[in-house]
Ligand binder design. Structure first.
Ligand SMILES: [Zn+2]
Ligand SMILES: [Zn+2]
Length: 98
């Protein structure tokens, strides 16, 4: 069973790491989500951006870079941007499935 990213409890739900202004849609597209227990999921929605930062720190994901990408219109993305998001997607997948 998948554990919560932050504690040893069983993960109850998925949480999209980034949100606001269409970011959630891209998170769903790229599977940018983490497994959290109920308590940490509530915190995630209370703290919002600081919590997203915390998630990225924990996973060694470049929060600033991903945010910069997600803040731009998808048609302005460079090849490196989609590559980085794909890298993060694959990393998250292996992290939570191992
Ligand atoms: Zn937890
Ligand atoms: Zn959530």
């Amino acid at each position: 069973m998948t554990k919560c990213l932050f504690c040893n409890k069983e993960a109850a739900e998925y949480h999209e790491i980034f949100y606001g202004q269409g970011k959630r849609k891209i998170c769903l597209e790229y599977n940018l989500k983490v497994s959290l227990c109920r308590d940490h999921h509530i915190k995630a929605h209370e703290w919002k951006h600081p919590f997203a930062r915390e998630i990225c720190r924990e996973l060694n994901i470049d929060y600033v870079r991903v945010n910069q990408i997600l803040n731009r219109n998808t048609c302005d993305w460079l090849e490196n941007d989609t590559k980085y998001l794909a890298f993060v997607r694959d990393y998250l997948e292996s992290y939570f499935n191992d």
